[in-house]
Design a protein around this ligand. Sequence first.
Ligand code: DGJ
Length: 750
Amino acid sequence: MNKIVRFLSIAAAMIIALAPAYARKVKKVAPKEHTTVEIPKVTKQVIAVETSSTQLILLVNANGTVQTCHYGRKIADPNEFLNYNSGLGSLYGDGAVTYPAQGGRFISEPALSVKYADGYRNTELYFAGVNRTSKDLVNTTEVLLKDYVTGLEVKLVYDAYLKEDVILSHSEITNAGKAPVTLIDYASSSMYVRGDKFLLTHTYGDWAAEMQIDREVLTHNIKVIETKRGTQATQWNNPSFMLSLNTDSFSETDGDVIAGSLAWSGNFRISFEKDVTHNLNVVAGINPFSSEYELAQNQTFITPDMIWTFSSEGAGQASRNIHAWARNFGVYGGAAIKPTLLNSWEGAYFSFNTETLLRMIDDAAAMGLEMFVLDDGWFAMDYPRDSDKQGLGDWEVNTKKIPEGIDYIASYAHSKGLKFGIWIEPEMANPKSNLAKTHPDWIVRSPGREIYQQRNQWLLDLSNPDVQDFVYGVFDNTMQLSKNIDYIKFDSNRPVYSYGSDYLGKDQSKFYVDYVQGLYNIMRRVREKYPDTIVQCCSSGGARVDYGSLKYFNEYWASDDTDAMERIKIQYGTSLFYPACTIASHVSAVPNHQTTNVTSLKFRFDVACSGRLGMELQPKNLTEEERAFADRCITSYKSWRDLVFAGDLYRISSPYESDYYALMYVSEDKSRAVVFTYCANYLNRAIGTKTFTLQGLDPSKKYKVTEQNVDKSIFSGNGKTLSGEYLMNGGFNIKLFKTMSSAVFYLEAQ
Ligand code: DGJ
């Protein structure tokens, strides 16, 4: 009883003591008046972003909201869109918002979502101006949007490439408010697409099986293609897609297609949200996964470019638009011819010495190749790079293997009329290396946790400027090994696991973005000093294939899978978005080292010749007859490779929908073409001939057709002069029915 009395009196005393404080507190949280910041009214207007035959229409409403009305065929008077009624009011607040931000009445997938210093999360963007400039055949439109409550500003930048029918779009987000803000979602671009059916084509894959095709008709809700791999971003998925509109079948030649590709070499996310009106909103940009990014006052974040194209003539034209843009603007070095080469990897791996390399150079020269590339294994003394278990990071020449040094080998190659290239993988370190021991702080790691290995290696922290200097230094120092280095193969063989950066401290969530920016900083410096060096982008094959890297790299190694049968599918998938001048494609030994498949030397050449041709085997293992055949193929390739590098691609048959894969490249003036045909499966002999309908020729021109690299042709019209009309309408029928057989034809207008 006493206890209860004591408890009650203590409680009463506490209430009396706290009462004044409570009263003060109540006073403090008295509700504030709610005032609404006024949004300036603007003049209703249409902003048209136009190329030769396409048009993107943005409509600025009087209340300042900006919506996307149209992306497709060009309409002569864009101002007719002033009458446009999106009918989407209640769904999107005000039509199909061009750059939807989390806030206002927008409750779908945002392009922008921001956390402000006071914890609030709403952003509402209103029109604040438009600016247009023009240079050569590129028109730039900048649309300024503003949040009048927080001061956040977003500039939407559209570069319209008139001739190529390509529009690049990105956003620039400026914190013009008074306190730091945190970007949560910060997409490059969003595109509202009207229709009722959308067939999405995108890629998936893995090491040695990149760029496989997936296709699906989108259903309601959200489909996402993305990666969280950090480095090696494109090993499983590529940031590229095609949307065939209002159809459930993929056509190379017919129908409306929108294609897109994000120019970013790290985590990406592209979402396709089919809404209740059955239309589609596409949001593309850096993956927000674990990547909140704080912006200080007056700081601007520039997002990567999203590349868009529209075609009303099927997927083929969409590819050709992107390829033309890539050759003219998007790829370092464009369509300039790159040398045919012999790469040492599959022919020698880690075991070689000076003698091995000199003999390979002799053989390459004898077969008519134009460059020798020394791959992995040439460096590290304390931990010699004799396997992938050690040495990575220690970039001194292994003088036990090559006592005479790199200059000796490079100069020997030059003396034989060959260029010389060399491999580096500067973003990485084996734990067994002096680098890893002297700079543990440069390794991507987080306190107390295991630093996981992949291919026995660790990742260097490119968010750290000192590491960027080191990586740049590896490139620069390698170039100093000989004045005869013409080509660098820049490799990168692992993804990001369990990330952590000693350098970033509390800003860990900037890691994924700053890593990619770090890579680009390095490559910018590389290009300033070495504008003419050919640099190949390799990442365990095709794990860094994107238009962010291609700004600095001339080409990429499409896959470690050199089996020509496998390459057919890999190169088909790649060709949807990337031009042939960027695709390095090598003839290797049989049985194939990855698949053990055996194909004929002709088949291997016919596949490799549809990209930048190379060889990757030990030439001394070839018979005299095989070497002579290689010489023949290399010679013919050189006579029409300008078509592969700069011609327009027409895919005639898909390896996914048929037993055949066929493609052709046609010169701009349609006077020359080269046609590649492959048969993947044995077809009943009774079928006799396969008829291909060629494309892209001039129907009124007469072409002399010459099959390449054979004594006896499988085409009855071989050596004859046939009209483009005939060849494109059923006259090109060839006897191609054996498994893994192929034929290549050169066409020249007479
Ligand atoms: C991976 C690349 O894809 C190969 O071509 C080869 O360069 C190896 N790395 C070397 O380690």
